[in-house]
Ligand binder design. Structure first.
Ligand code: ZN
Length: 128
């Protein structure tokens, strides 16, 4: 797999892939202005996350000699934290709610990535 292919696959899969050209056209209800703002904010955050993740991976590869296969192996290991290799972490097993800000964080995180609240519920060594 060429450099960057794995990330393209990863992020394209997260977007659900290309639309089905044979699917019937539906009239979508007009979203409210607040829903539009929320969607734009999520898209901006998603693109920023994608950019930073790709930059971190490029840096790590350059400095460490790790390969795309190494990354795939670790993605699969993290994916299996919830017991299913399905490309996501379900809330039931791998995700918990932060006690302070109530956002979803990995059960294995030492602290909430949003507010820094220490994670008193997770097992830092789960899946290692
Ligand atoms: Zn938090």
């Amino acid at each position: 797999m060429a450099s960057g292919d794995f990330f393209n696959w990863l992020f394209e899969a997260a977007q659900g892939g290309p639309p089905d050209p044979l699917a019937p056209v539906k009239e979508a209800p007009r979203p409210s202005a607040a829903a539009d703002d929320s969607r734009r904010d999520m898209e901006r955050r998603y693109e920023r996350l994608r950019l930073v993740t790709m930059a971190m991976w490029a840096l790590l590869k350059e400095r460490s000699g790790l390969t795309e296969a190494d990354l795939q192996k670790y993605v699969n290991q993290v994916d299996l934290i919830d017991g299913k290799l399905d490309g996501r972490l379900t809330r039931e097993k791998g995700i918990i709610e932060c006690a302070k800000c109530h956002r979803r964080v990995l059960k294995t995180a030492l602290a909430c990535v949003y507010c820094g609240e220490p994670n008193g519920q997770g097992d830092s060594f789960l899946g290692t």
